[in-house]
Design a protein around this ligand. Structure first.
Ligand code: SF4
Length: 232
């Protein structure tokens, strides 16, 4: 399909690996990493995507992503909703994933587009076939005040919310958000550890003590490849 116009997006990298996070962890995935981010989280591991990148049309992005031939596609960043007109790019990537879904034998793993966003950009009116994996930034990120609370009105059961925990204060903040907004009744909820800042078992201990109904996760790719390796 040809997408009209001269619309271009600054792309940091497009690569194939396995999905390292969320309930889709472990599946083959094509990552489309857009450049630029409106936040500066203390633990950011993709600072290389703040500026670097090259401009690509929607057709070029779709063509490169299609060539990677994966079940899952993830639009990430930086912050993937920060550049203008990303809804059009999302529609094109959803079409690609849906085309795959129609060709594949029906099975549990349905080809999907995932969008990994920081929670600081509006998520309303995004193509309903995309799955949104949205951070709620915790205090130690230094960016929790940038969260758009209105986004919680647009989260659906198919989506997932992620808290990245660096210390006990982050955990208490996350627990309060989960309970106050009944998040576990509305979508999947993920708790993750800031790599190298906190022992994962500490968070797990707190979760078990509180019987917190959320899914603990590790950033799988950081345990498979060197932590600062790009393109994995
Ligand atoms: S939102 Fe993501 S890309 Fe942006 S600064 Fe925070 S961790 Fe880094």
């Amino acid at each position: 399909m040809n997408y009209a116009g001269t619309m271009k997006f600054k792309v940091n990298e497009i690569f194939k690996s396995i999905q390292g996070e969320s309930s889709f962890a472990g599946l083959d995935c094509a990552f489309v990493r857009l450049s630029g981010c409106n936040l500066r989280c203390s633990y950011c591991d993709t600072a290389y995507a703040y500026k670097a990148g090259r401009y690509m049309s929607i057709d070029e992005i779709v063509s490169k992503t299609a060539s990677l031939d994966t079940h899952i596609i993830e639009l990430t960043g930086g912050e993937p909703l920060w550049q203008p007109n990303t809804r059009e790019l999302i529609d094109a990537l959803v079409n690609l994933a849906n085309g795959r879904a129609r060709k594949t034998e029906p099975d549990i793993i349905k080809p999907r587009l995932l969008i990994e966003t920081s929670g600081s950009m509006p998520i309303e009116n995004i193509n309903p076939d995309a799955v949104i994996i949205m951070d709620i930034k915790t205090p130690s990120s230094g960016c929790s005040q940038m969260m758009l609370l209105d986004n919680l009105n647009h989260i659906r059961p198919v989506d997932e919310i992620k808290f990245v925990i660096g210390d006990r204060k982050d955990y208490e903040y996350s627990r309060k958000m989960i309970l106050d907004h009944r998040l576990t009744q509305r979508c999947g909820v993920l708790l993750s550890a800031v790599y190298g800042r906190i022992e994962p078992r500490k968070i797990i201990g707190w979760m078990l003590k509180d019987m917190l109904k959320a899914r603990f996760q590790l950033q799988m790719h950081k345990y498979i490849w060197p932590v600062d390796k790009k393109g994995v």
